[in-house]
Design a protein around this ligand. Structure first.
Ligand code: GCO
Ligand code: MG
Length: 412
């Protein structure tokens, strides 16, 4: 099974997606997700200019060898662009191997460890009323675990709040709370940590008294706090029994979490912007978090994320794979196969894609009673309709950034 053709497809049905498609000499095709939100074309160039020429003629069965070859032969290691490109190759090779074997990828990873994957969605509102409506709407969609993001009085725009008034967003996009504003420049948002820290515990108090103690609730602080601010937030949220508090501090400084951990028993999750096991070394060894957030798409693929999860499992740390809409259906399918197979699965983030995206990517996963299952098609179970994809060319889109009241740029 030799790689005959490697194509990079960029399509923007509801947002930009980058997909690698490998075709073998025996006519099988494999897909890999290489979407890096806001920096998509850097990965396209990395793939087209530097990896595609290396792939042609290679034995598609040699997944580990290909991973090591692409990682080590570059000399320049790690980094989101490199690791997203390697992830796409790795994922496409797993897809091919599954098709060649006539088995879903999770079978090749050791088989199912559970019946389905508990998934959480994103409820949000500028006001408590909007937030409650959003929580109810998510429960109607079947979610059994819900992330809560709330507006903060005095702040105009804030991470995680739907830009649309209604749950059914515009133009057939079911919902997209990610403000991936499309434009020539990144949108500017405002931020005030003290106002946020004062406001958030009251939001959780209101949600718990309305929806009761059972519903698993999550929250994302999106890298905005110092360790001592994060410690205080964790403590203040303890009465509301969070499933996790995510990305409290900027992820680069692993040590920062020591201080947070010393002060709170609120479970912590981190790592959606990490891209290798080395970003987790200290955090895992010192048990500074409870969940690792890496996605297959941004962490070198199924092969490398499996190694991270196996390392984490020695410390009772579980998976919480990143699954916003900027992970394509191919990346989501890879996450589902891996999550179904590993023992230390925790929860899967799942923001539903829009209808246009669902037409471009034919998918075989199921969503039953708040649980995902990748299905039993050979490989990943995802197809790409090139005619549909061709209708939606790339659109420039940046993630927003923050400024404080005095104009200082702050973590977004
Ligand atoms: C999450 C993440 C996303 C990121 C997005 C950036 O927890 O889902 O924080 O919302 O902001 O993936 O592209
Ligand atoms: Mg996050």
């Amino acid at each position: 099974m030799r790689i005959d053709k490697a194509e990079v497809i960029v399509t923007s049905p509801d947002r930009n997606f980058v997909t690698l498609k490998l075709t073998t000499d025996d006519g099988l095709t494999g897909l890999g997700d290489a979407t890096l939100n806001g920096r998509e074309l850097a990965v396209v160039a990395y793939l087209k200019e530097h990896l595609v020429p290396l792939l042609l003629g290679r034995d598609a069965h040699r997944i580990e060898d290909t991973w090591q070859f692409l990682y080590r032969s570059a000399y320049w290691r790690r980094g989101p662009v490199t690791m997203a490109a390697i992830a796409a190759v790795d994922t496409a090779l797993w897809d091919l191997k599954g098709k060649a074997a006539g088995m879903p990828v999770y079978q090749l990873l050791g088989g199912a460890s559970r019946e389905g994957l508990l998934a959480y969605g994103h409820a949000s509102g500028r006001t408590i009323k909007e937030l409650f409506d959003s929580i109810r709407a998510h429960r109607e969609l079947g979610y059994r675990a819900i992330r809560i993001q709330a507006g903060v009085p005095g702040l105009n725009a804030i991470y995680g709040i739907a830009s649309n008034d209604t749950f059914e967003a515009n133009e057939g996009v079911r919902y997209d709370h990610e403000p991936a504003q499309r434009g020539a420049l990144p949108a500017e948002e405002d931020w005030d940590t003290r106002a946020y820290l004062r406001h958030l515990p009251g939001v959780f108090e209101a949600v718990r008294s309305e929806f009761g103690p059972e519903l698993p609730l999550l929250h994302d602080a999106h890298h905005r706090l110092t360790p001592v601010q994060a410690a205080r937030l964790g403590k203040d949220l303890e009465p509301y029994d969070l499933f996790w508090l995510e990305d409290v501090t900027p992820a680069e400084n692993q040590e920062a979490l020591r201080l947070v951990r010393r002060h709170t028993t609120t479970p912590l999750a981190i790592g959606e912007v990490f891209n290798t096991v080395w970003d987790y070394q200290q955090i895992v060894r010192e048990q500074l978090v409870d969940y690792v957030r890496s996605a297959v798409t941004h962490t070198g693929g199924i092969t490398h994320l499996k190694k991270i999860l196996d390392y984490a499992s020695q410390y009772q740390i579980k998976s919480g794979m990143h699954g916003p809409t900027d992970i394509s259906p191919v990346g989501m399918a890879a996450a589902m196969h891996l999550g179904l197979a590993v023992h230390n699965f925790g929860i899967q983030e799942y923001m539903m894609h829009g209808e246009r995206t669902d037409r471009v990517f034919e998918q075989s996963f199921t969503w039953t009673d708040g649980h995902l299952h990748p299905g039993d098609e050979p490989g990943l179970g995802v197809g790409l309709d090139l005619d549909e994809a061709g209708k939606y060319p790339y659109i420039t889109a940046y993630l927003p950034f923050n400024r404080l009241a005095d104009g200082t740029v702050h973590d977004w």
